[in-house]
Design a protein around this ligand. Structure first.
Ligand SMILES: [Mg+2]
Length: 350
């Protein structure tokens, strides 16, 4: 087995700002590739300031991996080895896990969703489209640009959030909107006041992560008991082990491959959440079609999708699942097995 990896800079279509107030025109990922006996598995590790996952830290972790210890024939055993190398580093582990599953499913001659026993139904899974924090003029323009997407996700949790929602509503009055507070509200009282304001809009479907993940669980449970809108955990839910806390404090969870450390752990996280009676969603970072497609393989375990990271960039080197008008589909995907992703034009590893 051979492991290759290299940093890749994604060019954003629009400057991307979230609740910490910082904006950027680029997002970095590390692309990974496992090759064994003519079978190639692709993986990807997105960066995240929130989780201290940088291009440098991810490459340092991937240098620790001895590819001779990895096998497409034993994904759980290979991941147990990777897990023992160092704690955390979930994004780098995600890259290895996705590449392993891609290779394993290609070897089995089936898509990952069939390898996992989930299948994938066409015309059923709609992803939301994210409108980042910006001036109200730009939010209005971005909302108009996103006219084909039936569900929007608005990032709030900053001063000016009311004007921003009003700007979106001025041009999309009848659209379902999910709101992501990104840990932006400081106290349970402030959060409740904002939730009551949001509840005046009947088309707001749910609110993600109102307060910081380090908020005492009693405060989060207090908010859940009073919230007029369903609350979804993002930063509070990484893996299946977080499910008891989230069942107490939230109505649903947003699982991400970055936080879980790949598709295998994300599968477990979604199953655990369903078992606990929580609604489920799978989300993403700014990523290429490798990870967006990887997430789409888990669609059957979700109530909602939020996998638009590849729609926000204009130099995606890969082709995979598509999201025309928000409908996730594998119908036009040229690759039939594994991750169902192939290089668009130039191979980033060439
Ligand atoms: Mg979020």
């Amino acid at each position: 087995m051979k492991l290759d990896f290299k940093p890749f800079e994604l060019k954003l279509r629009n400057t991307w700002t979230i609740a910490n107030g910082r904006g950027s025109n680029f997002a970095s990922v590390v692309l990974a590739r496992l090759t064994d006996g003519g079978i190639v598995g692709l993986g990807e590790a997105p960066t995240s300031r929130r989780y201290s996952e940088s291009v440098e830290s991810m490459q340092a972790f991937l240098r620790l991996v001895n590819p001779a210890k990895l096998s497409f024939d034993d994904v759980p055993g290979s991941m147990a080895y990777v897990e023992r190398l160092a704690p955390k580093n979930c994004s780098a582990k995600c890259a290895v896990n996705v590449a392993l599953l891609d290779g394993a499913a290609r070897k089995a001659g089936k898509p990952i969703y069939d390898l996992l026993g989930l299948g994938f139904r066409e015309n059923k899974h709609v992803t939301s489209f994210s409108i980042g924090i910006d001036t109200k003029e730009i939010i209005r323009a971005k909302t108009l640009e996103a006219a084909v997407y039936p569900v929007l996700k608005l990032k709030i949790g900053m001063p000016g959030e009311r004007e921003n929602l009003a700007a979106l509503r001025a041009v999309a009055p009848g659209k379902t909107v999910r709101v992501d507070a990104n840990e932006g509200w400081k106290t349970k009282e402030e959060a409740l006041k904002n939730l009551e304001w949001l509840a005046e809009d009947p088309l707001i479907e749910f609110v993600e992560q109102p307060m910081h993940a380090s908020t005492p669980p009693a405060d989060m449970a207090w908010l859940k008991a009073r919230s007029p809108i369903p609350l979804y955990a993002d930063e509070s839910y990484h893996k299946a082990g977080d499910v008891a806390l989230c069942a107490e404090c939230f109505h649903g969870v947003n699982v991400k491959l970055l936080k879980a450390g790949g598709v295998s752990e994300a599968y477990e996280a979604l199953k655990a959440a369903q078992k606990a009676g929580l609604k489920t969603m799978i989300g993403c970072m700014i990523e290429t079609s490798v990870l967006i497609t990887a997430a789409a393989h888990l669609a059957e375990l979700t109530d909602h999708l939020d996998i638009d990271g590849n729609l926000l960039i204009d130099n995606d080197p890969y082709l995979g699942a598509t999201a025309g008008k928000g409908m996730m589909s594998f119908a036009k995907t040229p690759e039939k097995n594994g991750l169902r992703v192939r290089t668009r034009n130039a191979d980033p590893f060439a």
